[in-house]
Design a protein around this ligand. Sequence first.
Ligand SMILES: Cc1cc2nc3c(=O)[nH]c(=O)nc-3n(C[C@H](O)[C@H](O)[C@H](O)COP(=O)(O)O)c2cc1C
Length: 191
Amino acid sequence: MSQKEFVKPVDLENPYRLFNLGGTVFLEVKEGDDIDVMPASWACPADYTKMSVVVDSTHYSRKILNKAEYFLLTVPGYGIRKELLYLGSVSKNGNPNKIQDSGLKFFNIEGCDFPLPEGCAAWALIKRIPEAHMEKSYDMFVGEIVKAWADSRVFSDNHWHLEKGPEELRSLHYVAGGHFYEIGKSVEVTL
Ligand SMILES: Cc1cc2nc3c(=O)[nH]c(=O)nc-3n(C[C@H](O)[C@H](O)[C@H](O)COP(=O)(O)O)c2cc1C
């Protein structure tokens, strides 16, 4: 049977969901002691060393991001899925204790002013490249990765091997509501 038999139109109310299969990230912003973390699924490599992330203008994180020189993007793991959903459901606009209440833990690493959230598979310090038009019109922020770290149980020699590490570090792929996919098996393709 041809695949054509199974193909049905998709309504255009939420067509982004078709492409919302990339790994969900955490955006962490910081101004003095004021730290906020929110999950973002609209985050994407923009080239070999740059990242883009879309952050709605109403978010508390956005207020800090608007003025930030640096921000952090991380790859949260399956083990902190509850913390992730909390951080993406509660705004620091309404709850100044959002971070403590989320249960997310942090550790510090030499050479980085941002505390790194525990339970992530990778962390990248990003220098914002101010792009006023994109930020204002599309809520899109871009930046250059200036430092990066990864958990060597799942990433080493510039390669992911998530299937060999603990399940807690597997990336989460967000669709909508509380619906996620955990990354699946590794596949090698050769020609
Ligand atoms: C899994 C997940 C992914 C999300 N992705 C985005 C995103 O890419 N961009 C965005 O603006 N909001 C996104 N959100 C919503 C924000 O994370 C959410 O509104 C958050 O509470 C904002 O927090 P803040 O106001 O403290 O910054 C997402 C929420 C979830 C649960």
